[in-house]
Design a protein around this ligand. Structure first.
Ligand SMILES: Cc1ncc(COP(=O)(O)O)c(C=O)c1O
Length: 377
């Protein structure tokens, strides 16, 4: 049944100027841009900003080495190269993950091996990894996704016993804590993204994190082509420290609002939220996921996303996953039913709305209830 959009955008008290936008209009970022203009670093290959950002990222993560690069996507590939992954090797990853991670494995000439996800966390099911090992296995990519965090400590223990490199993709898990330790610092190499939609944004950009100087050295050697082949610019680096200064405050606010929204939607059996698992973790909310159980709902994900976006709520379908990829391109280990279901049913809320307040969470909840009531009737 058609429904009238709720006025939670355009002219409404909660969003008088339209829904929350990203990036934020932040005066400290503007000052940083001005400084980069005034000191001339914006037009140079080298300057103070990348060096300062490297220190800040290392300090934030309490890690020995950060290496700035052009994107999270290329950082994953560099991490595999640091782990000496090459043609003929296998790399394990989840059947539901960022598409670039599959491509990064192919880019180094290796074969992706798919294992299922844990349906509660949306992340690789660590119990399944051991079964997927072969004599060719060289590395595992583990991504923390959509507010979920992988059981990375178990994976690291297994990988250490088997001599595998763990690439920990924390592009969606900026400043998340797992058992008190920052996401991105558990694996042999961690990967961050500073892309345009990310919680820390420079429009583009990324970083590798590692405690291991030999891995760092290999990344540097591969990246050096008489010049840096995958660099972050001075201008990009300039805008990140002011955002890092506000990261904890924003992290806490997003988490508080996410908790509230999940609770407000608990009465909807067709929407199954990601498990934030706060007993051991402090998750980061770049995206916040639910699974829309279409058979319980009685309507499609596409209809739901279209209707909720008409309400001004930035909700999207999740990744497409890899379960339908040709077996010429990858090997499957075990069933991939949760990955398949995630690919078909995930809806993700984009983070800017989580920097608002509890009244807005109530409005978002109201809009979702209204859409589900309307579509289901
Ligand atoms: C899990 C994950 N890994 C890697 C990336 C790639 O980051 P970038 O956009 O900086 O290339 C993304 C981007 O959304 C991501 O979500």
């Amino acid at each position: 049944m058609p429904h009238e959009p709720l006025a939670i955008h355009g002219g409404n008290a909660a969003f008088p100027d339209g829904p929350p936008e990203w990036p934020l209009q932040d005066a400290t970022v503007k000052r940083a841009l001005n400084r980069a203009f005034n000191d001339g670093s914006w037009g140079r290959y080298h300057g103070p900003h990348c060096a300062r950002l490297t220190d800040t990222v290392q300090e934030l993560h309490a890690i020995d080495h950060a290496f700035l690069v052009a994107s999270g996507t290329v950082a994953v590939e560099l991490a595999l190269r640091a782990g000496r992954v090459e043609s003929g090797d296998e790399v394990i990853l989840a059947g539901y993950d960022f598409p670039g991670n599959f491509r990064a494995i192919e880019a180094v000439g290796a074969t992706p091996v798919l294992v299922d996800i844990d349906p509660q966390s949306w992340c690789i099911d660590v119990q399944r990894v051991e079964d997927a090992l072969s004599s060719q296995t060289r590395a595992v990519i583990v991504s923390h996704l959509h507010g979920g965090l992988a059981e990375i400590w178990e994976l690291c223990a297994l990988a250490a016993a088997k001599g595998l490199t763990v690439v920990e993709d924390a592009c969606q898990a900026t400043a998340a804590l797992i058992d008190g330790r920052m996401a991105g610092t558990w694996g042999d190499v961690g990967v961050l993204s500073f892309g345009g939609s990310k919680l820390l944004t420079a429009g583009r950009g990324g970083a590798l994190l590692t405690q291991k100087s030999d891995l760092l050295q290999r990344v540097k050697v591969f990246s050096e082509r008489g010049n840096q082949a995958f660099p972050m610019s001075e201008l990009q680096a300039a805008v990140l420290p002011p955002q890092i200064a506000k990261l904890q405050e924003r992290h806490d606010l997003r988490l508080k609002n996410a908790r509230q929204l999940i609770e407000l939607l608990r009465d909807l059996p067709c929407l199954i939220p990601v498990d934030l698992n706060e007993s051991t973790n402090s998750p980061s909310l770049y995206k916040l996921a639910w699974r829309l159980d279409e058979s319980a709902a009685g309507f499609s994900r596409e209809a739901f996303v279209t209707a909720i976006r008409a309400e001004g709520v930035a909700l999207d379908a999740g990744f497409r996953g890899f379960t339908r990829r040709s077996s010429r391109r990858c090997r499957r280990s075990g069933t991939l039913e949760h990955s398949q279901r995630a690919a078909e049913q995930t809806v993700i809320l984009h983070h800017p709305v989580l920097l608002t307040d509890s009244t807005v969470m109530e409005q978002v909840s109201l809009a979702i209830h209204k859409v589900i009531g309307g579509l289901g009737s």
